[in-house]
Design a protein around this ligand. Structure first.
Ligand SMILES: Cc1cc2nc3c(=O)[nH]c(=O)nc-3n(C[C@H](O)[C@H](O)[C@H](O)COP(=O)(O)OP(=O)(O)OC[C@H]3O[C@@H](n4cnc5c(N)ncnc54)[C@H](O)[C@@H]3O)c2cc1C
Length: 551
């Protein structure tokens, strides 16, 4: 933790030096001593310090200075640090002004120069003021601060991004006092939200994800001209491929369009992953896997989307969304699936303003004590209900079927049954979502009675199945009618196999119709759609890429 600051200003270099020396010799263990001869510089530094989350305990300022007098300076420090203590340093002739300042401005004390001996004339006074200040002192957060408006989709995107990249941050609602103060000091208003204030004091108004990524050290340029293996997607399959690829000495690059973890990253508790009898959260799994991949030397580009692949002389040229290209000798596609959209009136308009696709753990606490709805009856909906039930007043799961038996694992239905504030609404559908700035209510229709009703809703989480992220692979690999990538034996069974497959060997188990391009995890046809199978296939894909590269 950084020490609080004693900040002194005096345009006379001799006095400033003597003051800094006396302050340091007594207070250096508990405080940092900052001093400057310029009030203008002092005010500029104060803004930086405030943005960096630093704390000033005490200001000491000379009264007679050319740029601004001491009383005015000390008064302006109140905007930055209202709780700090303030002392005016005066010549004997200015004692009247000093007394007035104590009465009218927020000056706690004055002392007359010179103050020798310090142990008699200076330290007792400062000790007293600093002890008093310490009584209310709470260290402020010095990491990234995010200021956003509640239910703003942009603020929601920023929070999810930082959460997924394991970056700690403090979220301040724009109506909070501290947020208002920071916005005013930085001359920012509602139109600039969300605002990010980084640890080094840099302030960014409504930054793009790419700008944020650059600032927190993500998305560096690729190091190599040609990689042995490029992995597209950093879900469980991609992360496993990165760990195995890099640990086996391959030049490995992983490219992720959004945030690492994929669907699993959104899971509040994965209970069926081997070796974790108490379950683990998707966040934890991602954090561990990402650390492991980096430790073995896997590179990562993110957020960065792969737009297409062309093949030339066996090399795979990947086009990225910023127009850059990356060359690889082999590719593993682990782009998984994305949620289907619910095509119901009001849903699109309220997305991220109460309506969410998949789990959004960064928003859960804002629904405390309020009614929350979930659409979908699969395992992901069940897990989300369990997680949200810790915050919400009640979690309602809306399903079209009469019960969950055919869609959700038995262990989850058992858990849900034992939670008092989760209720199942069977034979039902959401007909519309309503709200002005955020979701306020839902219209639900019951198929067995034909009746519909309007219910109050703080949030709606949608889990209605998924489709593969493979549009960008048109004409590169063969896909099934739903867009999942066909691999290995499935390809061999195709009637047109000899038309597209020209190698002397058969395709390897996870190899696509394009030699040297592999598909692992949920994106390939017939996938088991589980974390364990995605991880296993990610590892296997590297073994197969090795075989391919060896020939
Ligand atoms: C809420 C929830 C809970 C779940 N709980 C469990 C559970 O308890 N147990 C279990 O076994 N399974 C669970 N699953 C299923 C499991 O998470 C998935 O089977 C698994 O994540 C699939 O991993 P994947 O790597 O194949 O794909 P994904 O996890 O879908 O990851 C794909 C990644 O590729 C990225 N990407 C896509 N296109 C591109 C592109 N063009 N360029 C770059 N990157 C791209 C995506 O952004 C994404 O990060 C759950 C799923 C959800 C949604």
């Amino acid at each position: 933790m950084k020490l609080p600051i004693i900040f002194s200003v005096d345009d006379d270099p001799g006095v400033l030096k003597a003051l800094a020396r006396d302050l340091k010799s007594k207070y250096y263990k508990e405080y940092r001593i900052f001093s400057t001869p310029s009030v203008i510089e002092a005010l500029a530094t104060l803004l930086e310090l405030k943005n960096m989350g630093e704390t000033v305990a005490l200001f000491i300022s000379d009264q007679r200075m050319p740029e601004m007098d001491g009383v005015d300076f000390l008064t302006s420090t109140i905007d930055y640090y209202p709780d700090a203590r303030r002392i005016l340093l005066t010549a004997y002739a200015d004692t009247d002004a000093a007394v007035k300042a104590i009465n009218l401005a927020s000056v706690d004390y004055y002392f007359v120069k010179p103050w020798d001996p310090a142990r008699e004339k200076l330290y007792p006074l400062l000790d007293d003021l600093l002890e008093d200040w310490k009584g209310n002192y709470q260290p402020s957060f010095s990491g990234i601060k995010v200021i956003g408006a509640q239910y703003s989709p942009q603020a929601c995107a920023v929070k999810s991004f930082l959460t997924s990249y394991l970056v700690p941050f403090l979220y301040l609602d724009s109506e909070d006092e501290e947020a208002k103060q920071l916005l005013t000091l930085n001359n920012l208003g509602p139109r600039d939200l969300p605002v990010l204030i980084y640890e080094d004091g840099f302030v960014a108004a409504a930054p793009t994800l790419l700008e944020m990524a650059a600032k927190i050290g993500l998305h560096p340029a690729p190091q190599w001209e040609v990689y042995d293996v490029v992995i597209i997607g950093a879900g469980p399959a991609g992360l496993a491929a990165a760990v195995y690829g890099a640990s086996e000495g391959l030049k490995t690059l992983m490219i992720e369009a959004k945030t690492p973890g994929g669907q699993a990253g959104a899971s509040s508790r994965i209970e069926n992953y081997l070796g974790f009898p108490a379950g683990l959260s998707g966040y934890d799994l991602t954090r561990r896997a990402l650390t492991q991949a980096r430790r073995f030397g896997a590179e990562m580009l993110s957020p960065c989307k792969v737009r297409g692949i062309t093949v030339k002389d066996g090399y795979k040229l990947l086009t990225l969304d910023d127009g850059a290209t990356v060359t690889a000798r082999s590719v593993v596609v682990t782009t998984g699936v994305e949620y289907r959209q619910l095509d119901t009136p009001g849903i699109a308009e309220l997305r991220c303003a109460g309506v969410y696709y998949g789990a959004s753990s960064s928003e859960a606490s804002s629904h405390s004590g309020k009614p929350v709805y979930i659409v979908g009856g699969g395992n992901s909906a069940g897990q989300s209900a369990m997680y949200l039930s810790k915050y919400a007043e009640k979690v309602h799961i809306i399903i079209r079927k009469p019960d969950l038996s055919s869609t959700m694992s038995t262990y989850l239905t058992e858990q849900i049954r034992n939670v008092d504030n989760i209720v199942i609404i069977p034979n039902a559908e959401v007909k519309s979502a309503r709200g002005v700035r955020r979701l306020e209510s839902l219209v639900i229709e019951y198929s067995d009675t034909g009746v519909s009703e309007t219910v109050e809703a703080a949030a709606l989480y949608i889990f209605i199945g998924a489709r593969p992220y493979t549009d960008w692979l048109d004409n590169v690999v063969i896909k099934d009618e739903k867009g999942f990538i066909e691999t290995g034996p499935t390809l061999v069974r195709r009637r047109d196999f000899t038309k597209f497959w020209k190698e002397k060997r058969e395709p390897y188990l996870l190899e696509t119709s394009c030699p040297g391009i592999f598909a692992a995890g949920d994106v390939h046809a017939g996938a088991m759609a589980r974390v364990a199978s995605a991880v296993g296939e990610g590892a296997l894909s590297i073994n197969l890429a090795h075989k391919y590269l060896a020939h």
